[in-house]
Design a protein around this ligand. Structure first.
Ligand SMILES: [Zn+2]
Length: 240
């Protein structure tokens, strides 16, 4: 009965949902998603150390605003935080945390690891694509339907999670969502005037081989880089 009720709600929200990105079985309205994101962002801020540099916050904010002009979902809101906390073991690519409703938490580690602005833009765009495509709440929808409603609704791209939040347990985005965010990110940075090949270059350098691969939250590195390069060639054939 519970499953039927959820599917019925999802059907209603789907008919109201006209965006091409972010479609899928969904039990969260945009309003509910935004409210959820606010709570999660407050929680993350309590557990993370903000980077003490107004200049860096301003820089990330303007880079994010530039990318937001090419958001895969027009008008999707974004808000950027810059934090110190980095878990390089769980998140070797320093992928920013992406919360429902558009909260993006960029770590100082990502800024340091990126060799140029295009790489940084690529990783931020990837996180922005996760929230625009509603990967977090779509994952939560699946969890609810599977009867896993006790799993906290906290979603990070990759696993950039401050230590204290870790024991709560997290859902990973599916590998398919990672690949979709990659493709959207390549399109976004190309439209913003960056070389889209920067993202495969960064991922190829930073993502570690994981063993066993079957448990990895990320797509296999080689497969991922090949898909990214292919996407980059499609959006910017002149840069081939
Ligand atoms: Zn991701």
């Amino acid at each position: 009965m519970r499953l039927l009720a959820i599917v019925a709600v999802a059907a209603v929200s789907l008919t109201a949902q006209t965006r091409s990105v972010g479609k899928g079985l969904h039990v969260f309205s945009l309003e509910k998603e935004a409210a959820l994101g606010e709570v999660m962002a407050r929680d993350l801020r309590r557990n993370a150390t903000p980077l003490n540099s107004a200049a860096t916050w301003g820089y990330i904010d303007s880079l994010g605003s530039k990318l937001a002009e090419h958001s895969p979902v027009e008008g999707h809101p974004y808000q950027f935080d810059v934090i110190v906390n980095v878990d390089t073991v769980a998140n070797p690519t320093h992928e920013p945390a992406a919360l429902p409703g558009g909260h993006i938490f960029v770590s100082a580690g990502l800024i340091a690891a990126a060799e140029n602005e295009a790489e940084l833009a690529g990783m931020i765009a990837h996180a922005m694509a996760h929230t625009a495509a509603r990967h977090g709440t779509r994952t939560a929808t699946r969890a609810q339907i599977a009867g896993l409603s006790t799993i906290p609704l906290i979603f990070m791209g990759g696993a950039m999670i401050p230590g204290r939040l870790k024991p709560i347990g997290f859902l990973q985005f599916s590998r398919g969502f990672e690949l979709e965010a990659d493709r959207l990110a390549v399109e976004m940075i190309a439209k913003a005037g960056y070389d889209p090949k920067a993202l495969p270059a960064y991922i190829g350098r930073m993502q570690k081989d994981t063993e066993p691969k079957v448990f990895s939250p990320w797509p296999d590195r080689e497969y991922r880089v090949t898909a990214l390069e292919e996407a980059a060639r499609k959006v910017a054939p002149h840069l081939r």
